[in-house]
Write a protein that binds this ligand. Structure first.
Ligand SMILES: [Zn+2]
Length: 232
């Protein structure tokens, strides 16, 4: 039993300072190239370095505006992380397949896991289709022979749903950032305790965690204390 580490890579240039925030918006809403000198995926790089030092493996979910650069790909390979799809355009099975192919062509690796960008409230980015429709994604994932779909609900006590032997579907996650977590019911100690008895998804957005020293401490303690798991 273990923690299933989920990194959703939402912002190519992070949130801070303002200039990088604006580059993230520009990349997501229109277009801006991936330039490492301007800090492209800088927060992801830091987090992968920590994971690799602990021997912890993660699912790393990329959008079409956060595709991994060559040096990020090296870190992903070194840590044997799972390159995964953070689905934006979920209008149809066809648009889902198109995004899967974009990521597979870019990385030259097979994608076997997906998560969804946004939980239904607002439109985040040019390609984003806002509704959150997990029952559709379960079907699509099975149809495309994916192995894992990690859902966006916020109650980490929900058990995984064994919709089929070939697809593992976790409806919810333990969101490390307190904005999406009932921190009274589910403090970090709850995760440390319960992930010893069953698999629990730990969801983080690197740019939010790195902006908060308390969350950095929590994240590093969790990956040190718990086994991480990749479903193979
Ligand atoms: Zn997202």
């Amino acid at each position: 039993m273990a923690v299933i580490i989920r990194l959703d890579i939402d912002r190519p240039y992070g949130r801070r300072p303002l200039a990088r925030h604006l580059l993230s918006r520009l990349s997501s809403d229109l277009y801006f190239p991936a330039i490492e000198g301007l800090g492209y995926l800088a927060e992801v790089r830091t987090m992968l370095t920590w994971l690799n030092a602990e021997g912890a493996r993660a699912y790393v979910f990329f959008r079409r505006c956060t595709l991994p650069s060559p040096s990020i790909l090296e870190l992903l390979d070194a840590g044997r992380h799972e390159i995964s799809l953070h689905l934006e355009n979920s209008r149809s099975y066809g648009t889902f397949l198109e995004e899967t192919r974009i990521l597979e062509r870019h990385t030259k690796r097979k994608v076997s896991a997906m998560s969804k960008h946004g939980s239904g409230e607002a439109k985040f980015g040019f390609h984003h289709y806002a509704p959150y429709e997990p029952e559709k994604y379960v079907q699509w994932a099975q149809q495309a022979s994916l192995r894992v779909f990690l859902g966006n609900l916020e109650d980490p006590s929900l058990e995984p749903e064994g919709s089929s032997p070939s697809l593992l579907f976790f409806p919810s996650a333990f969101w490390l950032e307190p904005h999406w977590r009932d921190t009274q019911r589910f403090p970090v100690d709850w995760l440390l305790d319960h992930a010893r008895h069953r698999d629990i998804v730990l969801l983080v957005h690197p740019e939010n965690v790195l902006a908060d020293p308390g969350l950095v401490t929590d994240f590093r303690n969790i990956i040190r204390a718990l086994e991480s798991r990749i479903v193979s």
